[in-house]
Design a protein around this ligand. Structure first.
Ligand SMILES: Nc1nc2c(c(=O)[nH]1)N[C@H]1C(S)=C(S)[C@@H](COP(=O)(O)O)O[C@H]1N2
Ligand SMILES: [Mo]
Length: 521
């Protein structure tokens, strides 16, 4: 006979442990799906699989029973089924561990199958199912273990009459896990649904053609060297730097930009108004102030957009203004010199397109700024919704009070892409030492390479496409015996030679020569 204070309905409690584990599965999976940009939600995939697999008769029945609510009904049905199975798994886990956990593993395998066999599934789509099963099994085992401990202690004859701490432990764990799963799961589901809707909106965007002759990239801009950075960076490979924990998702229909502050006329522009303007396409290399010497926080793209100088001309900045504080929907700000944005010779743009596509969400969809010659942190505001004309004396961009310079012109730099540092070669090998060099808006006129202590030698340069973009270079070297240090430096179109002085990225950009070692035997 169980003594008083023992769980009166242990099977019901075990069942609730199973249900809480199922909630943990859904919550963890949805959170993982959200982190992965909305990919691989088991809820969506399993639901879709059921729809695809259901016989026509069942579908007709659902539609005739529930009409346009058929999908909601399907989810409710799936929920009830899942509730029953997970309750059963909880009971099984109490009686015959680890068979309850195995039921969850089997459910996870089904979910994995549903997710990865969808036609649009990608590499990481299986991850939410795996994460979900792991969370479910951990919760199931933790909670069931506490239930068993409670039962064991309650069964000992010597215990006192006071409420059992084991009872509190079980109920506490169950309630906490359940509540946490509900909150995390609901939040994540709402979030990933929003992400997916935003992706669909982006796919539906049709960008106009540029009114200028779009830049063509001549064959001579790209050297035939294995391992060299391509002249144009594909969107998927473009570095991403921002403070956004979650990529803002903006429906262009709701987007507008306001140019205000020290202006004669406040200007507001909607998405449709922006797209109706004569847009231009320009190539520009964008880089991050945090880029180390030899680092890869830099990319080059074709940007489609509208010149910011035209918008400022409409707004008419007042005398004394010298800065434009652009603001993102997420609160990030950048302070850009007004004269740079007004300059006829600088293609500062309110960009909507990147390499022939709408901006990817993580690169600022629907609209961002791009200003050739300035580091991103003072110019390249993504998800931009506001431009305030002001003064450096009155306002600061996001990074300035955090120890970065108020102004951020890009520095003259060069990088060795190939060979990798520490690689080896045989005496007499022809080694292509190659990479890219840049000083956007100024341009690069020479690149030089130094092997060990030998004299600097000119590298071969790819054709220059524009001063706003980087330039490939190669030095074809016949390897000589020894352990060699190889350095590169660039010479700007202005005749400046890249400095050897080594500086860290803070406060306004790293300097120094990229150096590798090659051992030749
Ligand atoms: N909204 C927003 N825009 C931003 C940032 C940010 O944190 N938030 N970071 C800036 C920085 S520091 C850089 S280097 C560039 C990077 O742009 P990318 O991610 O498209 O390469 O975006 C700029 N624009
Ligand atoms: Mo940056």
């Amino acid at each position: 006979m169980p003594s008083s204070g023992s769980p009166s309905r242990p099977r019901l409690l075990a069942a609730s442990a199973g249900v809480v584990a199922a909630l943990a599965f859904l919550a963890a999976a949805e959170l993982a799906a959200l982190v992965l940009g909305g990919a691989g939600s088991p809820l969506v995939a399993v639901g879709s699989a059921v729809i695809d697999l259901a016989p026509a008769g069942a579908k007709d029945l659902m539609v005739s029973l529930f009409g346009t609510g058929d999908k909601v009904a399907l989810f409710v049905l799936m929920g009830v089924l899942m509730l029953a199975v997970s309750a059963g798994a909880g009971i099984l886990e109490r009686a015959r561990p680890p068979f309850g956990a195995l039921v969850f593993a089997a459910g996870g395998a089904l979910s994995l199958l549903a997710v990865t066999t969808r036609s649009d599934s990608g590499m990481l789509d299986g991850a939410p199912s795996v994460v979900g099963v792991a969370a479910a099994i951990i919760v199931l085992r933790l909670v069931t273990a506490r239930l068993r401990r409670w039962e064991a202690v309650a069964a000992t004859p010597t215990r006192s009459e006071a409420p059992l701490p084991e009872r509190r432990a079980f109920l506490g764990w169950t309630a906490t896990a359940g509540a946490l799963a509900l909150v995390v799961g609901t939040g994540s589901r709402l979030g990933s649904a929003a992400v997916q809707r935003a992706a669909a909106v982006r796919r539906a965007v049709h960008l106009p053609k540029p009114v200028n002759t779009p830049p063509t990239v001549p064959a001579g801009a790209s050297l035939d060297v294995a391992g060299i950075t391509p002249y144009v960076t594909p969107n998927a490979d473009f570095y991403r730097i921002d403070t956004a924990l979650r990529v803002p998702s903006i429906d262009p229909a709701d987007w507008s930009i306001r140019i205000h502050g020290a202006v004669e006329h406040e200007v507001t522009l909607t998405w449709d108004e922006l797209l109706a303007l004569p847009l231009e396409e320009h190539l520009a290399t964008l880089s991050c102030v945090s880029n180390e010497v030899g680092g890869d926080l830099i990319g080059n793209a074709r940007w489609l957009g509208y010149p910011i100088r035209e918008l400022l001309a409409r707004a008419v900045p007042k005398a004394g203004a010298d800065m434009v504080l652009s603001r993102s929907i997420d609160g990030f700000t950048a302070g850009t010199p007004l004269d740079v944005l007004q300059d006829d010779g600088t293609d500062a743009m309110l960009a909507v397109g990147m390499n022939g596509e709408p901006l990817p969400a993580e690169h600022g969809f629907p609209v961002r700024m791009v200003v050739p010659g300035l580091f991103g942190y003072v110019s390249a505001t993504k998800w931009v919704t506001e431009m305030e004309v002001t003064r450096f004396a009155d306002a600061q961009g996001y990074w300035t009070p955090r120890g970065w310079s108020e102004r951020g012109p890009v520095k003259l730099e060069s990088r060795i892409d190939t060979p990798a540092s520490g690689s080896s070669a045989m005496v007499g090998d022809r080694v292509a030492i190659a990479g890219v060099a840049w000083q956007p808006h100024t341009g690069v006129k020479a690149v030089q390479v130094q092997i060990g202590d030998a004299a600097w030698q000119d590298a071969e340069l790819a054709d220059s496409v524009s001063a706003d973009t980087w330039r490939q270079w190669v030095f074809r070297w016949t390897a000589t015996a020894g352990e060699h240090q190889v350095r590169v430096r660039a010479v700007s179109a202005d005749g400046e030679v890249q400095t050897s002085v080594e500086r860290p990225p803070a406060p306004n950009g790293a300097t120094g020569w990229d150096t590798i070692t090659i051992s030749v035997r």
